[in-house]
Design a protein around this ligand. Structure first.
Ligand SMILES: [Zn+2]
Ligand SMILES: [Zn+2]
Length: 325
């Protein structure tokens, strides 16, 4: 093993570029949350890392996701808004973007007596995972479903697997808002494995699908602020450049040295070859994106995202795959 297991100290931590001011959101309160109005009766809540949304209506509050880290602060944020506007603070509906525990595990705090809604695969996966914090939605949809609750219109859409197989779009046309979670981390680069993309071509296509909706405000699930259309475009540029660089390097780099010198350690050859492709493809990115998008100099995230894209270029798209003559 050559993995360094020495404990971290302040002196051993790497130096990173400052986080761009534009990547940060409003300060959170003493309890650790910020709640803001998006439009009319639509609000968003953040703890600086996770986000959810809610609508206050005559039929109660419609909650959009229930992130674990915001937890009990979801109800506190709702109470704050309900008191200020003299409307009901009772959550009656919870709509899930996808099944993941980090965005859904505060669900059980709202009890059994609410209507949970999500994609049918969200239901299947939550039943599979059998987590008491995340009761599976009873109300489901396949490709699309329009809800009219308390006089508000909510359009649910599923456009194929991306970050997760069930990840869905929640569109609020009368609030000029789209919710799409775990694709664009507004102001920040994707984390490991391209945000753990279950389907890389689907993940790469999702931002254009999001832009196909008419909206001004994006609830992206992360990080501390709402997103704009420009944030989606910047994410597309960053990922698109990574894809282009990977294709270019992968199809031009001569890997013979790895396969000759390391024989018969095939995995060492593959690792040497693909890791070099990834390093070369990512090398120009930090200089170009540091200061514009936070985390562009966090090598473990950038290299991991690129490795996952490279595997998808090979396995999904067949780039560099040669059939033996
Ligand atoms: Zn997720
Ligand atoms: Zn997430």
């Amino acid at each position: 093993m050559t993995i360094d297991t020495s404990p971290a100290s302040i002196d051993s931590l790497p130096d990173y570029a400052p986080v761009p001011k534009s990547s940060l959101g409003p300060a959170v309160n003493e309890q650790g949350y910020y709640v803001g109005r998006i439009e009319r009766n639509l609000y968003w809540v953040t703890d600086g890392v996770y986000q959810c949304g809610f609508l206050t209506t005559p039929d109660g509050v419609i909650l959009l996701d229930a992130p674990a880290t915001i937890g009990h602060n979801i109800q506190r944020a709702i109470d704050e808004i309900a008191t200020a506007n003299d409307v009901s603070n009772k959550v009656t509906y919870l709509i899930h973007t996808h099944h993941h525990a980090d965005h859904a595990s505060a669900s059980s705090l709202f009890g059994k007596d609410i209507v949970r809604i999500g994609h049918e695969e969200t239901r299947n996966l939550m039943i599979r995972d059998n987590d008491p914090n995340r009761p599976a939605p009873e109300e489901t949809f396949q490709d699309s479903r329009t809800l009219e609750i308390g006089g508000e219109r909510i359009e649910l859409g599923w456009h194929g697997s991306n970050h997760s197989p069930d990840n869905s779009y929640i569109y609020l046309p009368n609030h000029d808002t789209l919710m799409l979670v775990d694709v664009v981390n507004v102001g920040w680069v994707p984390i490991y494995g391209l945000n753990m993309a279950a389907d890389v071509p689907g993940f790469i296509a999702a931002p254009a699908i999001a832009l196909g909706y008419k909206w001004t405000h994006l609830i992206s699930g992360h990080m501390g602020r709402l997103g704009s259309r420009d944030d989606v475009t910047l994410h597309q540029q960053f990922v698109g450049e990574m894809v282009d660089n990977l294709k270019e390097v992968f199809t031009t780099l001569d890997p013979t040295v790895y396969y000759k010198s390391l024989w018969p350690n095939t995995w060492a050859s593959v690792s040497g070859h693909l890791d070099e492709v990834v390093r070369r493809a990512c090398a120009p990115l930090a200089a170009k994106y540091v200061g514009r998008i936070a985390g562009a100099d966090i090598d473990s995230f950038v290299l991991s995202a690129a490795t996952w894209i490279l595997e998808s270029l090979r396995l999904d798209l067949g780039v560099g795959i040669q059939v033996h003559p």
